[in-house]
Every structure is written in structure tokens, then in C-alpha cells.
Ligand binder design. Structure first.
Ligand SMILES: [Fe+2]
Length: 104
């Protein structure tokens, strides 16, 4: 059996991993819409990675006899994170132009 405190922490971590996947997914949509297939492909890989992380916690809770409790995701809207702002941050802090993303 898994201690309740650990189960709760792992359930919170599943939420965080899924929120990351959801945020990356929004960036996939943005890059696809903006005509940057290379960056969209890279973001898709990040989505898959975060889903893999979430499923590791999911599986571990079940294997230890715990209960998976999925929680509402809050990555978009509520906390103000927006994909266009992230893109702007990415391109401004690293001195990259959107064109440099096209052939990744
Ligand atoms: Fe992760």
C-alpha cells in the first residue's frame, strides 16, 4: 500500500505533467498554424515526453494499490500562461527569429 501523503503528491505530479503536455500541445497548434513544422514537431515530442512522465506516476500509484485521482488542469487561461507569450519569450531571450525554428 502507498502512504496517503505520497499518493497525494504523486497525483499532484500527474496533474503537473499533464499541464505541461497541454501547454506544449498549445504550442504545437501555434507553430503548425504559423507555418513552423520543425518547431511543431519538436513540441510534439515534448508532449509525448510529458505524457510518459504522467503515466509513470499513474502506473506506480496503481501498482502500489493506491487510487489515481485526476484533477482539473489549469495551465491555459487561469494562470495567464499563453502560447504566444511563450513564443515571444523564446525568441526574445535567445535572440532567435521565428525563421530559425523552421528546420529543426
Ligand atoms: Fe515532466
Amino acid at each position: 500500500m502507498i502512504p496517503k501523503k505520497i499518493e497525494e503528491a504523486f497525483n499532484r505530479q500527474i496533474k503537473h505533467e499533464l499541464e505541461s503536455a497541454y501547454l506544449y500541445l498549445s504550442m504545437v497548434a501555434y507553430f503548425d498554424e504559423a507555418g513552423f513544422p520543425g518547431m511543431a514537431r519538436w513540441m510534439r515530442a515534448q508532449v509525448q515526453e510529458e505524457l510518459t512522465h504522467a503515466m509513470r506516476f499513474f502506473k506506480h500509484i496503481l501498482e502500489r494499490g493506491g487510487e489515481v485521482k485526476l484533477q482539473p488542469l489549469s495551465v491555459l487561461g487561469e494562470n495567464g500562461i499563453h502560447r504566444r507569450r511563450l513564443l515571444k519569450r523564446l525568441t526574445s531571450t535567445r535572440s532567435l527569429s521565428p525563421a530559425q525554428f523552421t528546420n529543426w
